[in-house]
Design a protein around this ligand. Sequence first.
Ligand code: UGA
Length: 462
Amino acid sequence: MVIACDTLLLLTVGPTVSKRCLKEEGHVARVTVIGTGYVGLVSGVCLANSGHDVTCVDIDPAKVAQLTSGRSTIYEPGIEELLVAGLANGTLRFTTPSDGWAPLIGDITFVAVGTPMAANGAADLSQVRAVVADLAAAADRPFILVMKSTVPPGTGATVKSRNLSDAAVPIAYVSNPEFLREGHAVADWYHTDRIVLGSDDSSALAAVCELYADIDAPILETDTASAETIKYASNAFLSTKISFINEIANLCDAIGADIDSVSTGIGMDTRIGPAFLKAGIGYGGSCFPKDTRALDFIATLNGYQFTLLKSVIEVNNRQRLLPVIHLARAIPDLHERTVAVLGLSFKPDTDDVREAPAVDIVPLLAEGGANVVVYDPIAAHIPLEDATRVATVWEALDGASAAIVTTEWPEFRDLDWARARSMMHDPALVYDGRNCLDGDTLRAAGIEYMAVGRQGAHRASI
Ligand code: UGA
């Protein structure tokens, strides 16, 4: 078959994937990162560590002062070492925009400010809009604006038409979503599965690509709306895997199968893969809950009913209530008992409690009348009106009739459960909301062990 030249062209139009970006010998980019939250700080520190000249800007002078003194504002393994190194070798600095934006704008300027969830479920873009407007108004020479904040599909097009087209100088726009997990962000920066760049400006794409020349990852170059969608679709798909396996776990509870075996068995299919098939009380954090709701919102806004995504969200909302439902069934006078909640953060290796299951579980238990005692090895800043906060796991378990493991901190996995049993009151029930404990060890210690879809665990169906 002969394919005409123009047909061939059509067939090759679409995203391009390249193995590596080429870096000009000795090339150092002047980079600005706006926002020193979790994404901005990791990006700035890692880009400086690659030898780029990086200025990080934040409106909060206290943060800027702390970072300038070499102390990280987030709990993230490896970040402080890189921060200190960048400050010491002069590739990294922090400042506020108090003297105006114009001198701060780098050849490549990343926007990494927050896009929290608005009351209606949409992403609140007020910080992004304000920064983009400031940059466009202040720019006195051309630069590339890289959007690192998670913004809904269509945002790039709006920013270009509303802000950048009116600027006094040309400003190119590149969408560059992040795929960093909290607690692994530095490692994820260097060992990412892919770098996604979305723009209609090929020279801007090439310049941003060059920033990542030392990272051994495939680069996907596409249009802006597709890059924005890749970010949301990735988080929505991972959330879907979690809600799916949680429903299978609930089914395992009902029919007597074991979720550990089922997860392993389906994960062995390379088309499915083993990741994100850990059943439990569902996903939390600053990303999955916010991004799934924002994607649902943007779909509805565009006239599409994303039925599957709505179910994923609903399943997750219900899943985190399971420990309270099961405990109330197992201990009828729960309102007169002490319940220990072990773990506040939405996952281990972070102090982040945003959308963490514990944040819903604690008030629910307290409203039911239980005396709630909470322990977390790191997360310390959450205000807890409904519960007593203690400094050790033993204080939490002392006199508790039940405990709920809400975060799979290694400390809980490796706990002396016989000692725990000796301190707990009957029925000494432990609800393992993360399926992270060894049920046999707990049962051998005389503890009544409940988990999510695990065989041998005390069963209770929804
Ligand atoms: C997530 C994504 O994994 C990152 O790729 C993305 O960049 C980031 O959101 C973001 O959008 O900024 P993160 O929220 O840090 O990262 O946390 P994950 O490690 O993905 O875990 C999310 C939640 O899912 C946690 O509550 C975790 O306990 C839960 N989870 C995860 C499960 O319940 N089961 C699993 O099998 C995996």
